[in-house]
Design a protein around this ligand. Sequence first.
Ligand SMILES: Nc1ncnc2c1ncn2[C@@H]1O[C@H](COP(=O)(O)OP(=O)(O)OP(=O)(O)O)[C@@H](O)[C@H]1O
Ligand code: SF4
Ligand SMILES: [Mg+2]
Length: 327
Amino acid sequence: MMSNELLRLEHLSIQYKVEDGYLSAVKDVSLGIQRGEVFAMVGESGCGKSTVAQSIMRLSLDHNEQIAGKIIFKGKDLNALSEAEMEAIRGREIGMIFQDPLDSLNPVYRVGRQVAEALMLDGMSRAQAEKRTIELFQDVQIPSPKQRIKSYPHELSGGMRQRVMIAMMIARNPSLLIADEPTTALDVTVESQILQIMRHLRDQYGTSILIITHNFGIVAEIADRVGIMYAGELVEQGPVDQVFDHPAHPYSQVLMAALPRFSKREGRIRTIDGTVPRIVGEFTGCRFANRCPHATDRCRNSDPPIRRLNDSHFIRCHMEDASWKMS
Ligand SMILES: Nc1ncnc2c1ncn2[C@@H]1O[C@H](COP(=O)(O)OP(=O)(O)OP(=O)(O)O)[C@@H](O)[C@H]1O
Ligand code: SF4
Ligand SMILES: [Mg+2]
């Protein structure tokens, strides 16, 4: 393991038990996130992004799910930990924020109290925790923090609630923040403020961030590296500039080509022709083959290998030199 690596997913595969068998939601995903790095995961709806995020927190592990591969965090395989050990990591070491913070905030407690209690869990007195909560609200640019700590979640706007969630994250100072579409419900101005706060979190505290989004503008604004998911597989990963300027996997190329030329870095994922396959049971070959302009029999008959374009840029494709087909 590289010394600066915080999280590493090794051949992570996740299947859900469904009526007609096992649905392959995530297949053989491997990636590493360095300390202080922002990694963005992008892909169409249903391609497995939230499943990856939840598996890191072990939120969705129940009898409906089968998981294979490793999730190594600070050198430990999280899948091998007991529930009690995992409980100590959730929130404290790995924090998570969701699209709708109402799901995570308790509706019957004032928001200030919820943040203060997170601090008290870590040994602060009530008075210290209340003082620190006000500072944290200032940090995340909540106006009139002394008044706002007394609000209930439903009294705040979506953007303010997301700030409260981020304040709660900072309170516990996790090494890894997982943000699953944290700004999808917010307007563009508030979105940009929230991204700025997340960047500040990384700069100030060295927090690593795994951000999941449909929006390439967000990737360009905040991420160091990006992974493109398709039908449960990570089909391309690399530094944001390389993947944006020289997408190498045919799916990434189609996605990029679908973005308006001058707003490439502002666009949301567009729909492209065809649909993402729903894979239940055995499947051989490239999952993108039914939509790929370059598909051959080999693509349909054998699983594509991971190809390394350079030290940090990988694709999963049969094409010997995918980059020559770049637009
Ligand atoms: N608990 C579950 N039981 C069965 N199937 C599930 C479950 N959760 C997710 N799935 C299926 O797994 C696949 C991946 O879902 P997931 O929510 O991870 O995708 P996503 O990339 O986060 O999509 P979105 O962008 O819409 O949030 C989908 O086909 C979804 O229908
Ligand atoms: S493996 Fe074949 S079908 Fe799949 S993306 Fe590459 S060229 Fe297209
Ligand atoms: Mg999702």
